[in-house]
Ligand binder design. Structure first.
Ligand code: 13P
Length: 253
């Protein structure tokens, strides 16, 4: 079964609402003839309405960078999945390594966030990845598959079908040190095998697994040649329309 690529831009804590709207206007023009890929952008919560407004009636999906597990309540500074959904979002990032590192997110908390995204009708992009230390000590697959088991292991097969996984090695994020296509493929293949063993061969075949970490126009095509890489989650190179457009159009280069 062929999986449709998903090219996603995570803007992190960049672009004011006005800058984000300008980006979205540019993206709208650049992607009028969208190639056969899915495209998503993840602005800050504050910029989501402006971006959605500019991208109205396009196929570009707008998502939240995080969500709280509860629907509403006394959780200062947080945004719920239901709020993202009602604003018009279609996806949410969960467990990004920056949230794991700086906000101490892990384990059951991330499982609850994945559950919350599904409850709200959002597609979770569940992020996993090992640090340099973990890779150098030969623990990459233990770490990555452990993060997946903690976060997604409780899902039914039909719920799993709504999830996207993003493999983002921490040592490759924002460092310019992209994983080689072979390094990415090795981990993606292990993730797909884990999905197959935990649920079914069908679930494994349809699971979309994105690679993230220093993806650029110059290296995206090489990464995308790998059979188990189904898209990219892009940070820095997704902050300029022309560079994000080149990534989205990787098949044309
Ligand atoms: P960079 O593309 O800037 O390395 O960031 C990757 C990332 O963290 C996307 O979520």
């Amino acid at each position: 079964m062929s999986r449709r690529p998903l090219m996603a831009g995570n803007w992190k804590m960049n672009l004011t609402p006005a800058e984000a709207a300008e980006f979205a206007r540019g993206l709208r023009g650049a992607l009028l003839d969208l190639p056969a890929v899915d495209v998503a952008v993840f602005p800050t919560s504050l910029a989501i309405p402006a971006v959605l407004n500019e991208l109205a009636n396009t196929d570009v999906v707008v998502g939240g960078q995080d969500l709280h597990a509860e629907v509403k309540g006394a959780y200062t500074g947080n945004v719920s999945g239901e709020m993202l959904k009602s604003a018009g979002c279609g996806m949410a990032l969960i467990g990004h390594s920056e949230r794991r590192a700086y906000e101490g997110e892990a384990g059951e908390q991330l499982a609850n966030k994945a559950k919350a995204a599904l409850r709200a009708g959002l597609t979770p992009i569940f992020c996993v990845g090992e640090s340099l230390d973990e890779r150098e000590s030969g623990r990459t697959l233990d770490i990555v598959l452990g993060q997946l088991a903690d976060g997604l292991g409780w899902l039914t097969e039909s719920a799993l079908g709504k999830v996207v996984i993003a493999y983002e090695p921490v040592w490759a994020i924002g460092t310019g040190k992209v994983a080689s296509p072979e390094q990415a493929q090795e981990v993606h293949a292990a993730i797909r095998a884990w999905v197959g063993n935990t649920w079914s061969a069908g679930a494994a075949r349809s699971m979309r697994i994105l690679y993230g970490g220093s993806v650029k126009p110059a290296n995206v095509a090489g990464i995308m040649t790998q059979p188990d890489v189904d898209g990219a989650l892009v940070g820095g190179a997704a902050l300029k329309v022309d560079s994000f457009e080149a990534i989205v159009r990787f098949q044309e280069s």
